[in-house]
Design a protein around this ligand. Structure first.
Ligand code: NAD
Ligand code: UFG
Length: 341
């Protein structure tokens, strides 16, 4: 019988791409998503790509009754926990929303898993747990800190998971600390579909390219980086999806908590990303330099050797691939999933 994976937040950007990998690898998938930041159209398109059905349940993970009934009724072998709110700026304005949603949904999930003896979990963490890193590349054992409520929720959840793994319940938990996800499925039929004005660089660039925004604002050109603009480690979402499969396949050590950096190991500046996008799309991106965005750091990129060694995973796609794939998605769906719904 195929293994059955509960995917929380599966209608979202990274979840929908990961479900494709899961279904293609032969797993059964059950999704819980309250659609607070996603559109069910994403899962319809996943079904078109894989030719397999996705079992979808539209409720909030904090609804313990519904979650309990679902886990009771299904034999769940492992959980991938993507669900969460993720906008850094919004988390500073609405900390209770973030603590409530991200911690509340995780507590509800863990309690339900414990009750039904489901103890394998892969959790979506973030490079944000490294705060302002003192040295680069970032290794998993470096000091962790957070500068905003979103980051605090990731740190707190990681702590919760590590503590759980030390109990006698046999938990086997892996946190994947994503660097900066970009790209889309090569079909162009699913991709990142932010609500309102995008916070992240590549979705913003894509909307400039379609004419939805006038120009890109580059936040600062006086950082201590080769061209003065911020440097990040952009990881293709298809590589990220593959990392979840690798993590799942290595959940065979009860009583273990591990965290892995999921990036490429290379840094790319804002202006380099813009150039890569222009080359991949053939569209010129007008931009203006502005002040630094509060809270941004100079540079952030991963040491990815631990994931290569222990998960047998490494990124295979380039930043140019990510730009080409994001552009295919955006140009085919200029208003995201709203074009079809
Ligand atoms: P996303 O917003 O596209 O997906 C998250 C999904 O979770 C959404 O579909 C949303 O509707 C759902 N959700 C939120 N709260 C829920 C709740 N209480 N109950 C049920 N569903 C709920 O985000 P994403 O980019 O796919 O990110 C997935 C995970 O990865 C998040 O935990 C995020 O913090 C983490 N992460 C993302 C990035 C990034 O830049 N995209 C970077 C590092 C980590
Ligand atoms: N940037 C611009 N203009 C924009 C948007 C971004 O110049 O309109 C710059 C930023 O200043 C930064 C780089 O592009 O130098 C990347 O910015 P993003 O907002 O795309 O990504 P961040 O690295 O700031 O943040 C991302 C996620 C966070 C996560 C963090 C670390 O959005 O949730 O990575 O993992 F916490």
């Amino acid at each position: 019988m195929p293994e059955r994976i509960l995917v929380t937040g599966g209608a979202g950007y990274i979840g929908s791409h990961t479900i494709i990998g899961l279904q293609e690898a032969g797993y059964d998938v059950v999704v819980v998503d309250n659609l607070s930041n996603s559109n069910p159209e994403s899962l319809k398109r996943v079904e078109q790509i894989t030719g397999k059905q996705v079992e979808f349940h539209g409720f909030d993970l904090q609804d313990r009754q519904q979650l309990d009934a679902l886990v009771q009724a299904n034999r769940i072998d492992a959980v991938i926990h993507f669900a969460g709110l993720k906008a850094v700026g919004e988390s500073t304005a609405k900390p209770l929303l973030y603590y409530g949603n991200n911690l509340g949904s995780t507590l509800s999930l863990l309690e339900t898993m414990r009750k039904h003896d489901v103890n394998k979990l892969v959790f979506s963490s973030s490079a944000t747990v490294y705060g302002d890193p003192r040295t680069l590349p970032i290794t998993e054992d470096m000091p962790r800190s957070a500068t905003n409520p979103y980051g605090h929720t990731k740190l707190m959840i990681e702590q919760m998971l590590e503590d759980m793994s030390k109990t006698s319940d046999g938990w086997n938990i892996t946190s994947l600390r994503y660097f900066n996800p970009i790209g889309a499925h090569p079909s162009g039929s699913i991709g990142e579909d932010p609500n309102g004005i995008p916070n992240n660089l590549l979705p913003y660039v894509c909307q400039v390219a379609t004419g939805r925004r006038d120009k890109l604002t580059v936040f600062g050109d006086d950082y201590a980086t080769p061209d003065g603009t911020g440097v990040r480690d952009y990881i293709h979402v298809m590589d990220l999806a593959a990392a979840h499969l690798a993590a799942l396949q290595h959940l065979d050590h009860p009583g273990t908590y591990k965290a892995y950096n999921i990036g490429t190991g290379a840094g790319t500046s804002v202006l380099e990303l813009v150039k890569a996008f222009e080359e991949a799309s053939g569209v010129t991106i007008p931009y203006q330099i502005a002040d630094r965005r509060p809270g941004d750091i100079d540079s952030c990129y991963a040491d990815v050797s631990l994931a290569a060694r222990e998960l047998d995973w490494k990124a295979e796609r380039s930043v140019t691939d990510g730009c080409a794939d994001s552009w295919r998605w955006q140009s085919q769906n200029p208003h995201g999933y709203a074009d079809r719904t």
